[in-house]
Design a protein around this ligand. Structure first.
Ligand code: ADP
Ligand code: ZN
Ligand code: ZN
Length: 811
């Protein structure tokens, strides 16, 4: 017997290995097996197919071992991977890389790290496992090669797999992954003092060390009220030190004990809030949506900001879990999951879990298994949550469906998670609900073409009006007030005086997007990219927002030698500074990539803002999205021109969505919402539509442009990037490639052209943009041809070092 196996690499096809007779019984599709590639590379691959037909061209090598007792993925997942690889023109190995948590991936490049939190129980280890765990104790990390040497065996993955399962080591995916403890220390009273009289005597005769006594009393209190006492939390609650605790332990009064805690344990509480009853309009929308989903695979819930779309999703999800099926709730950004999970936990308690790529690998494996068994019913997550092994998925909610973050940019698979979810749901006979206040042009087009169901919610739940929009002409401001115009400042002061909060949006971080020499016009650029350097004042450096390189501040012009630099334009850091200067005593916080790192910091800031410890939140896109704050009355869009001025067919759509979404954060519970837009192009059609909150006007305007230029949804776009260290080679490769295409396809190609940023990380970029018909057959044919010519280019002596990036349905 032979097995086709997916290994997590970008190989052009899957290879076949031989199944040794001894393994025939234990192997099944969806299990991981250990295989050798080339002379000594080992991978844990996934069995995709089993057949009795031997490959014709060569004799396959045997599979070395079977790693799982049961499949880790369902066959419907493997079918999804295959579709993604075909549609997005990447490999199944790349999809596998994205799809499964690192702990389920083992390869020759893996590094295994001792889990220091775990106490080892030697009795439970086999000889081989014992040898490795001993070596880990000493060296802390081991490479696969080192493990192979230690064991001197042909097959080592089963041993490693067991060690991971037993929690003795973990796979390091990258240096940043920090393992968070699974073991916590709990305290208990020494048996001797469980006797009341003995305890009484101890307390009565206590003379010195009052702090220790305080700690002991606090301990007794919490033990009584909470059952168990965690060392960490009692130290915090009693404001005691480790030394004081140690003294109590040394005296034999308290006993520490390591205990395992289920990482998901906090989640396994039951939801206690009953689901809100819906307003009449919500009720109607729900009924329409459900009716449409009887006949259509996808329904669009178009509801203005604050209309209570979440409440409708909750009602739908509730029906799904009553039938004991699973639901997936997708959000575009990891950052949004934290606020949403707090809302959803109220209803669904422990049957809901969050899943995304920033979770540590152990947690991800736990969730993986619980979704596979069906124990977890609802998953809230970003893109990657689509890849969990659902046992019986029946509903996918895609909230903020218009959001560009649903598209993965780097690395492959460059997939659009919304579109992929729609495909997948179709395969599974599950239903999809897309929700947005500003649906993407494609989605709304599908809705009015009756391909999708459509429901419109035109009223805020609070019945309040949408915020009123004031335009401030930046051309007519006194010098030096372009950032915070007098109107904006006055509104901010008034809002804060009313005890309300403010959000200011500016889509650029840093202090100033560039510096310019006033004498000769020279602008500092990144050495590796064709991009101006952003000035960061607090960090006192210049930074490239494309490759992350940073540089010391330049004072002397490299072109003319003068010291005459001026800062141009402004970013969030400068707005924050200006606010602090203009409004002393007001508490300002900034939310952008520079000062919010990781899901926790983001969530902490959100919570502080929710709790009104912050008056003004200044931020980039991060503040735009789906958050629900009840106390925000004023939103300022500080520089709307920057949203309108770039060269992309989606510029209007993005600008409208961004402004409408950020406006939607204002006045969500009352009638007093105000949005101030600072802009110089007051007559710009998009500004007009935003001012009227007129999605339909915007759509009519935009769909005409799209049709005229035959952009999506009237065609499919595909972008091919040719990257090379040398500009002329990249350009030639793009031209050469173009020449190889058939005349029919050539006609549909734009370019080659250089993108606006034409060099990143020392590679020059040339782009071909291809508009293909949406006819599935034509599309497939075109893709096939393109792939063929790409393969030819990849072996062409002059161009084989050119890096070709294929992006289907690019953002
Ligand atoms: P959207 O996602 O459409 O912008 P949300 O779902 O965030 O709107 O709802 C806006 C606010 O109104 C939320 O705070 C929500 O709790 C409240 N809300 C919406 N519907 C209801 C309802 N049926 N009962 C109680 N509160 C509701
Ligand atoms: Zn100069
Ligand atoms: Zn750079």
């Amino acid at each position: 017997m032979y097995a086709e196996i997916i290994i997590p690499l970008a190989l052009p096809k899957n290879y076949t290995w031989m199944i040794p007779a001894s393994m025939e019984e234990e192997i099944a599709i969806g299990m991981r097996v250990e295989v050798m590639l080339g002379a000594n590379k080992r991978y844990a691959g996934i069995v995709k197919n089993i057949s009795s037909k031997a490959p014709e061209a060569f004799t396959p090598k045997p599979i070395l071992s079977v790693l799982d007792d049961a499949p880790i993925v369902y066959e419907h997942q493997l079918a999804l991977w295959q579709w993604m690889a075909e549609y997005y023109m990447c490999t199944e190995g790349e999809v596998m890389q994205a799809a499964i948590p690192s702990h389920l991936k083992i390869s020759s490049e893996s590094v295994f790290v001792l889990n220091e939190q775990q106490e080892q129980d030697i009795k439970n280890l086999s000889d081989a496992e014992y040898i490795i765990s001993e070596a880990l104790e000493i060296k802390k990390t081991l490479s696969l090669l080192e493990i192979q040497k230690l064991l001197d065996k042909k097959s080592v993955y089963p041993v490693i797999n067991k060690l991971i399962q037993k929690g003795i080591c973990y796979v390091q995916e990258n240096m940043k992954d920090k393992y968070s403890s699974k073991v916590e220390i709990f305290l208990s009273l020494h048996a001797q003092y469980k006797n009341e009289a003995a305890l009484e005597k101890l307390l009565n005769e206590w003379t010195r060390a009052p702090k220790q006594l305080d700690l002991l009393l606090a301990f007794l209190h919490y033990e009584k009220t909470e059952g168990s006492v965690q060392q960490k939390s009692i130290l915090e609650k009693a404001s005691a030190t480790h030394a004081q605790l140690k003294a109590l332990i040394d005296k034999g009064i308290l006993v520490p004990e390591k205990r395992k805690i289920d990482r998901l344990a906090n989640d396994i509480s039951t939801g206690n809030s009953s689901i809100h009853s819906l307003s009449k309009k919500q009720e109607n929308a729900l009924i329409t949506l459900k009716e449409q989903l009887n006949t259509k695979p996808v329904g669009l819930l178009h509801g203005i900001t604050g209309s209570g779309k979440t409440q409708i999703y909750v009602a739908l999800i509730n029906e799904v879990i009553k039938e004991n099926k699973q639901a997936l709730y997708m959000l575009p950004e990891i950052a949004l999951t934290a606020q949403m999970i707090r809302r959803l936990k109220q209803y669904f308690g422990g049957s809901i879990a969050i899943y995304h790529s920033k979770f540590n690998p152990n947690e991800r494996v736990e969730i993986w298994n619980k979704v596979k068994s069906g124990e977890i019913k609802i998953v809230l997550g970003a893109r990657s949550a689509l890849f969990l092994p659902y046992k019986n998925l029946s509903l996918i909610v895609i909230d903020e469906e218009h959001d560009p973050s649903y598209k993965q940019q780097e690395p492959a698979p460059r997939y659009q998670a919304r579109d992929t979810a729609i495909y997948y749901a179709n395969q599974l006979k599950a239903k999809v609900v897309l929700g947005s206040a500003t649906p993407s042009v494609e989605t709304y087009f599908n809705a009015i073409s009756k391909k999708f169901g459509y429901t419109y919610l035109d009223e805020r739940f609070s019945k309040g009006a949408l915020p009123k929009i004031e335009l401030v002409d930046t051309k007519k401001q006194p010098a030096g007030t372009a950032i915070l115009t007098p109107q904006l400042l006055a509104s901010i002061s008034k809002t804060i005086a009313n005890n309300k909060q403010v959000i200011l949006f500016q889509n650029r971080r840093g202090y100033a997007p560039y510096l310019i020499c006033e004498t000769c016009g020279w602008i500092p650029h990144c050495e590796h990219c064709d991009v101006t350097l952003t000035y960061h004042k607090a960090k006192n450096l210049l930074s490239c927002h494309y490759c992350g390189a940073s540089y010391p501040i330049v004072n002397t012009c490299k072109a003319c030698g003068k010291q005459n630099f001026k800062q141009k334009s402004f970013g969030t850091e400068q707005i924050e500074e200006k606010l602090n200067q203009s409004l002393p005593g007001v508490i300002v916080a900034r939310m952008d990539l520079d000062n919010v790192k990781g899901k926790n910091e983001h969530d902490q800031l959100i919570q502080k803002f929710e709790q009104k410890q912050i008056d003004i939140l200044v931020g980039t896109q991060m503040v735009v999205k789906g958050l629900d704050f009840e106390n925000v009355d004023l939103v300022g869009i500080v520089d709307a021109d920057s949203l309108l001025n770039f060269n992309h067919y989606r510029v209007n759509e993005r600008a409208f969505q961004m402004m409408e979404q950020v406006s939607g954060r204002a006045g969500r519970r009352n009638d007093n919402g105000t949005v101030i837009i600072q802009v110089s192009q007051l007559q710009h059609p998009i500004i007009q539509f935003v001012q009227q909150h007129d999605y339909f006007g915007f759509y009519k305007f935009e769909i005409q442009n799209r049709k005229h230029f035959s952009y999506p949804p009237f065609s499919r776009l595909m972008s091919l990037l040719f990257k090379h260290k040398e500009n002329n080679i990249a350009e030639e490769a793009a031209n050469h490639f173009l020449q190889t295409l058939t005349p029919e396809i050539q006609k549909t190609v734009l370019g080659p052209a250089q993108p606006i940023v034409n060099r990143v990380r020392n590679k020059y970029i040339w782009e071909l943009a291809i508009k293909i018909s949406k006819q599935p057959q034509e599309l497939q044919l075109a893709k096939k041809q393109l792939l063929h010519y790409i393969r030819l280019l990849q072996v062409h002596p002059r161009y084989k070092s050119v890096n070709i990036i294929i992006d289907i349905d690019p953002n």
